[in-house]
Ligand binder design. Sequence first.
Ligand SMILES: Nc1ncnc2c1ncn2[C@@H]1O[C@H](COP(=O)(O)OP(=O)(O)O)[C@@H](O)[C@H]1O
Ligand SMILES: [Mg+2]
Length: 291
Amino acid sequence: MKKIKSGIYGLNELIDGGMNENSTTVVIGSSGAGKTTLATQFIRRGLEDGQEGIFVSLDENKEQIIREAVEMGWSEILEYLDDELLVFIDASGREFSNFIKKELPAFVSDWSGSKARIAIDPLTPVMWSTKDPYEQRDLVGFMLKQTRKVGTVLCTLEEHGGTSDLSGSETVIPMYLSDCVIHLRYIPLEGGVSRMLKIVKCRSSRHSEHSHPYYIMKGLGLVVEKGDFKTLTSNDIPLEMKKKLAENKDDLPEKVYARLEKVLDELTDGDFRGLKAAHLVDSILNEYAGE
Ligand SMILES: Nc1ncnc2c1ncn2[C@@H]1O[C@H](COP(=O)(O)OP(=O)(O)O)[C@@H](O)[C@H]1O
Ligand SMILES: [Mg+2]
């Protein structure tokens, strides 16, 4: 799968090098967490790379977002807009189900296959447009399916209450439907704030399972601290496992042995976290004992 860089310094290392092309990512966070800033960075990175950008705003109007982007130190945004490499779709105040079912498909057929980046900020009003969870699922599912035809999609989602409880239908449905989920936990404290980023899921990618502090800086936007997370690219553990499995080859069905050999070629030490090669081999041998 082709990876594209996120545009957020420090994030790519946490998601196996970047976002998968034509995938969908949902960024969840409460107000002030930095969702719009992150969405803007994602679009900006694409423009730097020659990909077109489409910013679908369902909340703030175009002028407001542009003004904030310029204040954040991104004045070139105006040139990209002039050159029509960046397009704004201001869907704020519109009837969303109508917008998604009627206007979106027409738009998508114009742009189809263009490898653009699409930001939808925030997706929350779509969830609010109906109370019926089945209809919510249909709307969001349809929207993601359509937009990913045009390129790589990033949606933001409002988190309410600050309890970091992601179990409400309003968050669960988009989380379930998207390939990658990033949680921005933002806690205002006396005399400062605490901001932590966590990758909740990321399909087809090895990703960090830690919480990472992040900061919002003028000119740079969100910057993520990698901390002690590292992808261990050495392969001592898979080699050790291969050796042990080879010694016990006769105790394993032929097909299973062949598959495990293949699987182990794809794994690195980082994949094993704390698991020990010897224990894992024991468990595998136990599974097939007596066959
Ligand atoms: N020019 C700036 N310099 C530094 N930080 C800023 C600047 N503008 C906004 N921020 C920070 O970004 C936060 C808002 O980010 P935003 O992306 O609008 O959040 P959200 O969309 O999640 O509500 C503010 O709370 C502030 O801390
Ligand atoms: Mg916002």
